[in-house]
Write a protein that binds this ligand. Structure first.
Ligand code: KIV
Length: 278
């Protein structure tokens, strides 16, 4: 697993019918474990705001937050393609500012690509300019959490005929603009499957069914470390939260009882050294 995964490898995985698994990571240690497990894509999602920083939503995440955590993850990743999520209002104002901010993910934080939300003509134009300038972009349609206030909540997207047609049109426009992959979040499975068949680039679903070319999950949901709310689309593969709580309780009990530390965790010295000390 020496070779670094590239956006061409990701496209080739779709061509070969190989399912793509992506997980988020936000820190060096977790990134190293996820990378060594063989995940081809690691996303430093702006879900960071909720699961790591305790914000109520992704709108409060800053560019500095994302760059610091992306750089930490990059130090732990040797194999996976590393994608950094552009936070709210760092790419919506104009294409120049978007490109300047996106470039920082590549040059300062050592990501290989960025992800941004939406498929409006302005976003599509920004994606075209970024990819033309050599910045690989992953798109994100469906439930785009940075627009939660505009969407009126965290709701399934694309349920009406018009909304489904709009999502398909935006997906095709993002592909045309040069996006190398597309996240589809909380989209009915039949629509996500249709979009996946129509696109040549891979779709990576979250709450979008098995018809997508790949899946993405927030690592906290997968390992059972989510403290507030576990979304319906997540499956827990471990109960790390319970392990942490049990370890903390055992440690507390051992410190209180004097069972920790023992000689094994302590350091000796010659008693004579202390003679005469007051
Ligand atoms: O922020 C994030 O973690 C994401 C994924 C859920 C796709 O955008």
């Amino acid at each position: 697993m020496d070779k670094r995964i590239t956006i061409s490898d990701v496209r080739e995985m779709k061509a070969q019918g190989e399912k793509i698994a992506m997980l988020t990571a936000y820190d060096y240690a977790t990134a190293k474990l996820v990378d060594e497990a063989g995940l081809p894509i690691i996303l430093v999602g702006d879900s960071l705001g909720m699961v790591m920083l305790g914000y109520p939503d992704t709108l409060h995440v800053s560019l500095d937050d994302m760059l610091r955590h992306t750089a930490a993850v990059a130090r732990g990743v040797k194999h996976a393609l590393l994608v950094g999520d552009m936070p709210f209002m760092t790419y919506q104002l104009n294409a120049e500012e978007a490109m300047r901010n996106a470039a920082r993910f590549l040059t300062e934080a050592n990501a290989q690509a960025v992800k941004l939300e939406g498929g409006s003509p302005q976003i599509v134009e920004t994606v075209a300019r970024m990819t033309a300038a050599g910045i690989p972009v992953m798109g994100h349609l469906g439930l785009t959490p940075q627009s939660v206030n505009q969407l009126g909540g965290y709701k399934v997207q694309g349920r009406s005929h018009n909304a489904a047609q709009r999502m398909l049109d935006e997906a095709l426009a993002l592909e045309q603009a040069g996006a190398f992959a597309l996240v589809l979040e909380t989209v009915p499975s039949p629509l996500a499957a249709l979009i996946s068949r129509k696109l040549t680039i891979p779709t990576i679903g979250i709450g979008a069914g098995v018809g997508c070319d790949g899946q993405v999950q927030v690592i906290h949901d997968v390992i059972g470390l989510t403290v507030d709310y576990v979304p319906r689309h997540a499956r827990q593969y471990a109960q790390v939260g319970s392990l942490i709580a049990a370890a903390a309780r055992d440690y507390l009990a051992d410190v209180r009882s004097g069972a920790f530390p023992t000689e094994a965790q302590s350091f000796k010295m010659d008693d004579s050294v202390l003679e005469g000390l007051e």
